[in-house]
Design a protein around this ligand. Structure first.
Ligand SMILES: Cc1cc2nc3c(=O)[nH]c(=O)nc-3n(C[C@H](O)[C@H](O)[C@H](O)COP(=O)(O)OP(=O)(O)OC[C@H]3O[C@@H](n4cnc5c(N)ncnc54)[C@H](O)[C@@H]3O)c2cc1C
Length: 443
């Protein structure tokens, strides 16, 4: 008979770590299991290190835009120095994460968790039983199943690259590919993005995606659309990529950026009676799995919501409220902003601006010459807003410019708090700022 807990959590990422600490603070006897880096994807190999590197794209773009307007040179990005700066953020994360869990009273286990039956699991040689479990085991990069797939690198290696090679190829046109394309391009690489159809970033406003691609092309990124790579072969110091037709490309490094797959296999979910599909673990509206004593949160879920850090945090705090009896309501997600931290940045929230539904009015604004963007000579600033015709309220927005990551949060607040255009007009914002444009955008 092994150790017994009120609650065992699998995975110490954004979802699991917060849930474990909160449940321990509420008086529960909690254990958490991690088989890799404490703290999980976001602070070690995801959002945070990526955004540190994105600072280089932002700085370089601004200097490029201000050529002849106070600046005459655009310095090269020193990738090893930038990477060393990134390491100052990532290196302390595993130890700090583990310490913060332990100081919250959570018992930590290092190893791979696998269920034995409905109430117990094994980690290394130890058996743990619990009243309830929360699975927060996340996802990992998927790898295209093609000849030579062992040559693929993933986002993990990209975010730790010691040197930026001359040529970088990204296979798969999702948000991570666009972000890495902008990064590698800023660092001086010849960048290629290969997409199997003609719709990269398919969940985003396609007009804005086309404009983003044009901006990246103008900087030297090459997009190969409707190309399905079928083979990777070593060629000299690099690789040759081919499809079943006449496409051929030589590259120093090739990254698979086709998405992420849930870490379901190793958990032996069948033993615990937990159902899952290829997108992840299936849950009801209380995030409860087919085994009522087992809950699941974060990227391991099979869900329609985007798999992003703030969504994980939201699910984590919901499940804590549910498990501690603070709520009996089903989970109700607010509008979720989605981002591409490229150069420029693309952001979107709520109802898609391209909708032709009679209920909505779409307004497309070219803000390129507006003071906020002209001041830094941005090449493009496009904003779309969607309002509900009956109420006049904002229900969706999309934007493409260097400030999109901040602007989208204002839209998020206006949508969620149902703020009317006249209430925005009555508000005094500091001027000149991105926020002080709001009443001109939403009027
Ligand atoms: C390159 C990249 C960039 C991203 N950028 C953004 C961004 O800008 N904004 C944003 O919101 N989101 C971003 N994301 C997504 C975000 O990182 C994830 O949504 C989030 O980190 C998922 O958290 P999680 O807790 O569900 O899973 P994770 O953080 O992946 O944690 C799961 C943990 O469980 C462990 N585990 C798995 N199986 C087992 C097992 N059997 N036993 C024990 N432990 C196990 C894993 O090792 C892992 O540490 C990015 C992701 C990547 C890869």
């Amino acid at each position: 008979m092994g150790k017994h807990y009120d609650m065992v959590i699998i995975g110490s990422g954004v979802s699991g770590k917060a849930a474990a600490s909160s449940l321990a603070s509420s008086g529960k006897h909690v254990a958490i299991i991690e088989d890799d880096l404490w703290g999980g994807t976001c602070p070690n190999r995801g959002c945070d290190p990526k955004k540190v590197l994105v600072s280089a794209v932002e700085a370089k773009d601004q200097l490029q835009q201000l050529q002849g307007k106070g600046f005459n040179i655009v310095p090269d990005v020193n990738w090893p120095d930038l990477m060393a700066f990134k390491e100052t953020f990532t290196s302390p994360v595993p130890e700090q994460s583990k310490e913060s869990l332990e100081s919250a009273g959570v018992e930590t286990f290092y190893g791979k968790a696998a269920f034995i039956d409905h109430h117990s699991l094994k980690v290394n040689e130890e058996e743990l039983t619990a009243e309830q479990f929360v699975i927060a085991a996340g996802a990992r990069p998927s790898i295209l199943d093609i000849e030579g797939k062992e040559h693929f690198l993933t986002s993990r290696e990209f975010l730790s690259l010691k040197e930026m090679p001359e040529t970088v190829t990204l296979v798969g046109g999702g948000y991570i590919a666009f972000e890495f394309a902008a990064l590698a391009n800023a660092a001086g690489a010849d960048v290629h993005v290969i997409q199997h159809n003609d719709r990269p970033l398919k969940a985003f406003d396609q007009e804005l995606v086309d404009l983003l691609m044009k901006q990246l092309e103008a900087k030297g990124v090459t997009f190969h659309l409707n190309v399905s790579i079928s083979k990777i072969e070593a060629a000299g110091d690099g690789f040759s990529l081919t499809d079943d037709s006449d496409f051929q490309l030589n590259t120093d490094l090739v990254f698979c950026t086709t998405g992420r797959i849930p870490n379901t296999e190793a958990l032996n979910l069948e033993n615990a009676g937990v159902d899952y599909d290829k997108k992840g673990i299936t849950v009801n509206e209380y995030l409860q799995t087919s085994n009522p004593a087992i809950f699941a949160i974060g990227d391991i879920l099979s869900k329609s919501q985007p798999k992003l850090t703030p969504v994980c945090s939201f699910e984590s705090s919901y499940v804590v409220s549910y498990l501690t009896g603070k709520t009996t309501d089903p989970i109700a997600y607010p509008s979720i902003p989605t981002m591409v931290f490229s150069g420029p940045k693309l952001a979107q929230i709520g109802v898609q601006a391209t909708t032709d539904d009679d209920r909505y009015e779409v307004s497309a604004i070219d803000a390129t010459k507006w003071f906020s963007y002209h001041r830094t000579n941005e090449p493009i600033s496009k904003i779309k807003i969607v309002t509900d015709k009956d109420s006049g309220l904002l229900v969706g927005a999309a934007c493409l410019n260097n400030e999109a990551d901040e602007l989208i949060n204002y839209f998020s607040q206006l949508i969620e708090q149902k703020v009317s255009a006249s209430e925005v007009a009555d508000h005094i914002f500091a001027y000149p700022t991105i926020a002080s444009d709001l009443s001109s955008i939403y009027s």
